[in-house]
Write a protein that binds this ligand. Structure first.
Ligand code: PMP
Length: 434
């Protein structure tokens, strides 16, 4: 892509690198997987972004999921302003916290008590500690390709071959800690059954993204979530749904509503904060009552339940109540996915689209993607060229093959048609050089 278009962003990136590791505060923003200069963003409005060079984009990242209403939704902006006028933090109870917890409880019947924190990572970390405290067991099962934030306990990749224990996937994660985490293949209920048959009484929790979003979008195979529910129940293991992405995204009540499976604990983030830093965890009352101050498992936060964040979350959840919202998201998601598939087919570029509602991933490969190994067979070099081509044509996609494309209520039919028209051109270039 023409770096001239990103002259100011290029300079801003160089300057940022002198003060911030890699110039970014979260690694994927550096465009490492696709190359090129990340546009520095000046502002967002609805489905559109403007960078500091004045380039405009149709945005399908949506701040990695929170912005289901698009950027700077007037009701969210008004709610934040109103809250700010009254003071930005008290470290004392406020009514907004209760109201947001009530909205969450209403959408997620399994969440009998809800605790607010400030990020998805913090929510996961707290839920895992609680599960260990409640069961008196240490081990945790996760799945290859699922991401649950950067808490030490879950920055663990699969053990190789004969070993069942996990290995740290980052220096700084103690081997001892990683040994308590087991990573199994997504959508493979038999692997869970086998593991639990041998080690069930040592396992505190099984955590899963009920629709995976962090290896690209991978839906649960039919019966997978139900099998996890049965197996965990049988072995006294707590089932944790990580609905940080899926909560209020694939249905108001997330995967719990969409698939009708009830976990013991649920972790939320992203949409419930309306673009401000919020996470939450909650679940069965008898488990949640083990948390301080009711119980001995400790967890706290200076900015937990922050008034501005609660206000943004409440305004977002309120706006999502508009009748037809999820049908509209489904329709737009399908329009985009179908359009991209047709454009790719026309150009003879082999792709696979995985979509659940308004979250989707176009994998650059012909085969079905049902787990992480499948996702890894994608042609990442071709993805990088696709990404650059779309960016140059004003479409802002996540800079990695293994991320989701998010559609918001703010995307118009014209936005989506424009995106497909750009895709037709880009697929054409991919055919020529393939
Ligand atoms: N769980 C899932 C499923 C996520 O996608 C993420 C972040 N993308 C997290 C947890 C961590 O959330 P945060 O980045 O807010 O810490």
């Amino acid at each position: 892509m023409s770096e001239k278009r990103l002259k100011k962003s290029g300079a801003a990136f160089e300057r940022a690198k002198k003060a911030i590791p890699g110039g970014v505060n979260s690694p994927v923003r550096a465009f490492g997987a696709v190359g090129g200069t990340p546009p520095f963003i000046a502002k967002g409005s609805g489905a559109h972004l403007t960078d500091i060079d004045g380039n405009e984009y149709i945005d399908y990242v949506g701040s990695w999921g929170p912005l289901i209403l698009g950027h700077a939704h007037p009701k969210v902006v008004a709610a934040i302003k109103e809250a700010a006028e009254d003071g930005s933090s008290f470290g004392a109870p406020t009514e907004r916290e209760t109201r947001l917890a009530e909205e969450i409880k209403d959408a997620f019947p399994s969440m009998e008590l809800v605790r607010m924190v400030s990020s998805g990572t913090e929510a996961v970390m707290s839920a895992v500690r609680l599960a260990r405290g409640f069961t008196g067991r240490d081990r945790v099962i996760k799945f290859d390709g699922c991401y649950h934030g950067h808490t030490d306990a879950l920055l663990v990749k699969a053990g190789s071959g004969a070993t069942t224990f996990g290995h740290p996937s980052s220096p700084g994660v103690p081997e001892g800690l990683a040994r308590d985490t087991v990573s199994l293949r997504y959508n493979d209920a038999d692997a869970v059954a086998d593991y639990l048959a041998k080690n069930g009484d040592e396992v505190a929790a099984l955590i899963v993204e009920p629709v995976a979003g962090n290896m690209g979008v991978v839906p649960p195979a039919e019966g997978f979530l139900e099998a996890l529910r049965e197996l965990t129940q049988e072995h006294g293991v707590l089932l944790i749904f990580d609905e940080v992405i899926t909560g209020f995204r694939i249905a108001r009540g997330g995967a719990e509503e969409r698939f009708g499976v009830t976990p013991d604990l649920t972790v939320l983030g992203k949409i419930i904060g309306g673009g401000l830093p919020v996470g939450a965890y909650g679940g069965r009352r008898d488990i949640m009552e083990r948390i301080a101050p009711l119980g001995p498992v400790y967890q706290a936060g200076t900015l937990s339940g922050n008034p501005l964040a609660m206000a943004a979350g409440l305004a977002t959840l309120e706006a999502l109540k508009k009748p037809g919202t999820y049908e509209d998201l489904e329709r737009k998601g399908k329009l985009l996915s179908d359009g991209l598939l047709a454009a790719a087919k026309e150009a003879g570029v082999r792709v696979t689209s995985n979509r659940v509602g308004s979250m989707m991933t176009l994998f650059f490969g012909p085969g079905k993607v049902t787990n992480y190994d499948d996702a890894l067979t994608s042609d990442r070099e071709r993805f990088a060229r696709w990404h650059a081509g779309m960016l140059a044509r004003g479409v802002y996609l996540a800079p990695s093959q293994f991320e989701a494309t998010f559609v918001s209520t703010a995307h118009s039919g014209d936005d989506i048609r424009e995106t497909i028209a750009a895709a037709v051109e880009v697929f054409e270039t991919l055919r020529e050089s393939s």
